[in-house]
Design a protein around this ligand. Sequence first.
Ligand code: CMC
Length: 427
Amino acid sequence: MSDKKASLSIDGKTLELNVYSGTIGPDVVDVTPLTGNGYFTYDPGFVSTAACESKITYIDGNEGVLLHGGYPIEQLAEQSDYLEASYVLLYGELPNKEQKEAFVNKVRMHTMVNDQMSTFFKGFRRDAHPMAIMCGVVGALSAFYHDSLDINDEKHREISAIRLIAKMPTLAAMTYKYTIGQPFMYPQNHLSYSENFLHMMFGNPCEPTKVNPVLARAMDTIFLLHADHEQNASTSTVRLAGSTGANPFACISAGIAALWGPSHGGANEAVLNMLEEIGDEANVDACVARAKDKNDPFRLMGFGHRVYKNFDPRAKVMKKVADEVLGELGIDDPLLKVAKRLEQIALEDSYFIEKKLYPNVDFYSGIILKAIGIPTSMFTVIFALGRTPGWIAHWNEMHAGASRIGRPRQLYTGPAKRDFVPLDQRD
Ligand code: CMC
């Protein structure tokens, strides 16, 4: 199974460990025999831990490479579209013409949600954060599909994947409409995936919706750029939840919750809030100084990445889309000037150069979303929608192979065993 071996000497004992090679990327050392010998590995933040084997996505953080099914993200963004990229994530290959048509049609046939779903929304305050609503309503989908929740049945897993990809735009738009007190818009299945989303977001029942094709294409590219990113925090959450046998809707809801944090998907919202707070190019230097101050927890939102230590290939595409959208809409957003100045200073500053902190995907996406008219609080919902095929592809891959429940271990540093002290004898 493995030609290469690693040996680990510990307490006078030598353990021989298998080393496996992937198609590309670093080799991995199989540490599973350690437990039987009384040791665990220690890797807080999973910086050096491969938690699974996967064929879906490959990242080379030093070279700024992101591949889905082997296809570079730049080529997919330029020549493909979101649903085709989703197909690659789910099935591992580009679809032929018939396969693509069949897949797009299947997604189209599942865009509507059960009418009972609308009553769940009424339980939320109108000013609830959209991500709070999304965690709830996506998890609630579990209650509607008892007929197809057998995670060991390939067909059940496939229909759940299609349902999730199809219904996420509908639920995301319903969330927005609820928070602004407008009626929910039904999906229109003659529209493309992204057109449909913009129609449900910005249409109203009183007049036909006109969707700007440039904005629909930009939306599609934003979804595509977020579609998957191998074993990031939210995907690992989906896998861990899935490893218990939990149903796919509950697992994706767990992924949405993990994505919400500002170190992950919540960063796109945090970037725009930060740019608005800076307000003017003249204030950029002070903001950079704060980010560099060891005693100040403030960080430049939209900068840095656990894996990319050169550049984020998604950010390059995103920057181009930002120019296209702002050009189409004729917007001269002062925040863009602040963003460009911030980027320039950070890229020239030794602190950011030494720590390899570059603009990430979230740095430009907020500016585009704002120009399209999407409110800041919905930004992370857009990320969640885009990431859904990646989450569900990983969940499916896990169940298609032999999987065990995920159960990390720990380095225990709490008190050793001691006797209970009755209340009247305590100091
Ligand atoms: N601004 C200022 N300093 C930073 C930043 C930043 N944005 N990011 C990292 N650093 C510093 C950090 O203080 C640390 O310095 P030192 O070595 O002196 O202690 C060093 O760089 C390494 O940081 P780290 O926290 O150990 O790095 P990490 O790999 O654990 O964290 C990160 C990666 C993305 C959470 C972090 O860079 C960050 O908080 N960035 C801002 C939030 C953000 O934009 N997140 C979106 C990520 S891309 C979308 C996604 O994948 O969800």
